[in-house]
Design a protein around this ligand. Structure first.
Ligand code: GLN
Length: 490
């Protein structure tokens, strides 16, 4: 049997409830695992071992007293280092916030605590979540557990790699253009980006506020459902959070088994798609046909504009959101500035990395008077057309099937050209522009042993159905039970 650190939440919760296992034992196993593999993986920016063990002891005490909190009681969960945890470092993997400690909890953090979770460690990511490989972290890159010479994807690479390497039982990330789904695909785990507005962004370091969503990474669709249930729901502290009934997502998995109507967007299977990934996704589509699902080709005609639209809107919003890092209120402050303007310049020049600066410059440009109409306003109009494409497709089908990424995990250092890096997101960013839910589920391996992800895209706020469709595939395939070879040596 695989180590404790490779078990699902479902299994561990049953063992904790039956007192076959204590939260302290489980947390010790995860910490020991993290210590064994971290020199090779480097998924964490930091972790506080004694704090995690203290939380675990409290969980055991609650359970012994019959006061267990909820669906995640005693489960060690790691958070991407853009999600605030009171009194813990919060760096966004940036020099700008290298010494920042959060004074408060994000809403998702409060909810995980209320569900009994043990919050363990700050997970590495691309600086301010800008990137697709985690190489833009100001601190260090993270390695892919399936091949440590390759990237784990990004920007939530630490969240995906830690889970795949057994350094957490589940994790949270954030997804602005694919940052949960793409690293999930690269690392062979499940990653869910919820509908915009389903999960509160309060306490998430803002990148592009109209696109950002927090979501779970998990070993199985069932575990992702449990996590989503714990973190979803209206929050008066986030004005874009939606008032919507939260169903029991985990229970919904065992409900209706379809058959569903599934759409294959033809624009997502064109040039640039790795043939092994295309073949694996075709096999998954055949599986759904075999379940009795009606599968039909659909068209999302504005897909070709997704990348351009995204890199205008996301950079515009980033340039505005990142204006707050001025070296005065918090974050890095340059020494020796001659006046206040110089202080702004120097603090930002020293605090931000190259990709963040590139985006601030681009975003400031597209918002500037004279160019606003030509770029930003036009991008907003195209965004509406992109969303309409999806909504029109949903007149015919329940969900869409695509590859998550056109390519498998690439080598560390391989993509030095920013445009080559941006192309990694072609299949994921439409979902953010349209505000839809999307999930990446493992659907096989390349001949070289690299994981492949299948993306399922659902209708707004129909996560229960989306998870059920994903679960129908997962229950008949054993991909999630495979672990990187690292497992045996750790
Ligand atoms: N890779 C995309 C970018 O660099 C998406 C990042 C994200 O989803 N946070 O912007």
């Amino acid at each position: 049997m695989a180590g404790l650190f490779y078990q699902t939440i479902a299994r561990l919760s049953a063992d904790l409830a039956a007192k076959k296992l204590s939260a302290v034992e489980l947390t010790q196993a995860v910490i020991a695992r993290a210590k064994a593999v971290e020199p090779r993986i480097r998924a964490f920016n930091s972790f506080d071992e004694s704090d995690a063990l203290a939380q675990a002891a409290e969980s055991d005490a609650r359970r012994a007293a019959g006061r267990s909190r909820g669906s995640l009681e005693g489960i060690p969960i790691g958070l991407k280092d853009v999600i605030a945890v009171q009194n813990q470092p919060l760096t966004a993997s940036s020099r700008m916030l290298a010494n920042f400690v959060s004074p408060y909890d994000a809403t998702v953090t409060t909810r995980l605590k209320a569900a009994g979770a043990i919050l363990f460690g700050r997970l590495n990511c691309d600086e301010f979540a800008m990137g697709s490989s985690t190489e833009n972290s100001a601190f260090h890159p993270t390695a892919n557990p399936w091949d440590v010479t390759r990237v784990p994807g990004g920007s939530s690479g630490g969240s995906a790699a830690a889970l795949a390497a057994g350094e957490a039982i589940a994790t949270l990330g954030s997804d602005t253009g694919g940052s949960i789904r793409q690293p999930a695909a690269f690392c062979g785990v499940v990653g869910l980006k919820p509908t915009y507005g389903l999960v509160s962004r309060y306490g998430l370091i803002a990148f592009a506020s109209s696109l950002d969503q927090i979501g779970p990474f998990a070993r199985t669709v069932g575990d992702a459902a449990v996590l989503l249930g714990a973190i979803a729901g209206h929050d008066e502290r986030d004005s874009t959070s939606y008032r919507v009934e939260i169903p029991d997502y985990a229970a919904a998995l065992e409900g209706r088994r379809g058959p569903w109507k599934l759409g294959i967007p033809k624009e997502y299977f064109g040039a640039g798609l790795d043939p092994e990934i295309g073949a694996a996704v075709e096999r998954a589509i055949d599986f759904y046909r075999g379940l009795g699902c009606e599968v039909r080709e659909v068209s999302l005609p504005h897909t070709q504009y997704c990348l351009d639209t995204y890199y205008i809107i996301a950079t515009a919003e980033a340039s505005s959101n990142l204006a707050r890092y001025d070296g005065i209120r918090y974050g890095h402050r340059a020494s020796g500035a001659k006046d206040v303007v110089d202080l702004y310049f120097q603090s930002r020049a020293e605090g931000f990395g190259a990709e963040v600066k590139r985006r601030i410059i681009l975003g400031t440009y597209v918002l500037s008077s004279g160019y606003y109409d030509a770029y930003y306003l036009r991008a907003q109009k195209v965004r509406t057309l992109i969303r309409r494409d999806f909504l029109a497709a949903y007149q015919q089908v329940d969900a869409l099937i695509t590859p998550t990424s056109p390519i498998p995990a690439f080598k560390l250092g391989e993509k030095s050209d920013p445009l080559a890096m941006y192309l990694c997101d072609v299949y994921t960013i439409g979902v953010n522009l349209a505000g839809l839910p999307g999930i990446s589920v493992p659907c096989g391996f390349t001949a070289a042993g690299l994981p492949i992800g299948l993306q399922l895209i659902g209708q707004p706020f129909q996560e229960a159905q989306l998870l059920a469709i994903a679960h129908a595939y997962e229950r008949e395939h054993e991909w999630s039970q495979r672990h990187p070879a690292l497992a045996s040596s750790g």
